[in-house]
Design a protein around this ligand. Structure first.
Ligand SMILES: Cc1cc2nc3c(=O)[nH]c(=O)nc-3n(C[C@H](O)[C@H](O)[C@H](O)COP(=O)(O)O)c2cc1C
Length: 219
């Protein structure tokens, strides 16, 4: 990336409700990104995905707009935020189909899968999950799945937001302020500190540039 290049954020909403809680989280993230001067596009998966991965995985492609979504929006984006409702302790079928259908584009040999794999790699990824239940464990399966996708694609999984609501837009009433957290995630998508150590990783003792002063001795 050269220094003039402005990274692009793609926000993918995986709920069939266009005015639901996932959309509220996605639009909050988009608002935050735009306030930070980041170009952010929000798309609804239902507009692009009408089919599951077919038996013949490579051809013919199902008759919907997945190829446009994957090739023209997902691949060029430096950052992608997945906004899914929690369905049966997992991601929505729309969101899962997004990942499954990518197989048709990157699997196999030849120049096109190689180009696709190179463009899939190295993104910043984020996640929001809207659920009815409030306990943190309810969404961990989704978090883990996106974490593994990030590992597989050499991506940086920079953050996730979990909020609770059931009625459309009710997530705004969650006292843990998930909409604010989503706005901050959008704003910091490309600047938030990301660290993931290995044994040999050089590191300093401080995580942050200006740590708080040491605690005063107790008298
Ligand atoms: C098919 C289905 C399955 C659901 N499964 C769960 C669940 O396992 N746990 C939970 O907390 N909420 C569950 N919910 C509730 C939704 O996660 C909740 O209503 C969420 O806010 C919907 O987000 P949306 O408004 O973006 O569609 C389920 C809802 C549906 C329709």
């Amino acid at each position: 990336m050269n220094s003039d290049h402005q990274p692009k954020l793609l926000i993918l909403v995986g709920s069939p409700r266009r005015d639901g809680n996932s959309m509220a989280l996605g639009t909050a993230a988009q608002r935050g990104a735009q306030m930070a001067g980041t170009a952010a596009t929000l798309l609804v998966l239902d507009d692009y995905i009408q089919h599951f991965l077919p038996d013949l995985r490579h051809a013919p492609a199902p008759d919907d707009r997945y190829a446009e979504l994957f090739l023209d929006h997902f691949l060029p984006a430096e950052g992608v935020l997945f906004c899914t409702p929690l369905y049966w302790y997992g991601m929505s079928a729309q969101t899962k189909a997004f990942f499954d259908r990518s197989f048709s584009h990157y699997a196999g040999s030849g120049p096109e899968p190689e180009r696709v794999k190179a463009a899939m790699a190295g993104k910043r990824l984020g996640l929001t999950v809207a659920s009815e239940e409030t306990y943190p464990g309810a969404v961990l399966g989704v978090v883990h799945q996106v974490q593994e996708f990030a590992r597989y694609t050499h991506a940086d999984f920079v953050g996730y937001v979990h909020g609770a609501g059931n009625r459309r837009g009710e997530i705004a009433a969650d006292p843990r302020t998930p909409l604010l957290a989503a706005e901050m995630l959008g704003a910091e998508f490309f600047t938030r500190k990301y660290s993931d150590y290995r044994l040999e990783t050089p590191r300093s003792h401080n995580v942050w540039a200006s740590p708080p002063p040491p605690a005063a001795p107790r008298g």
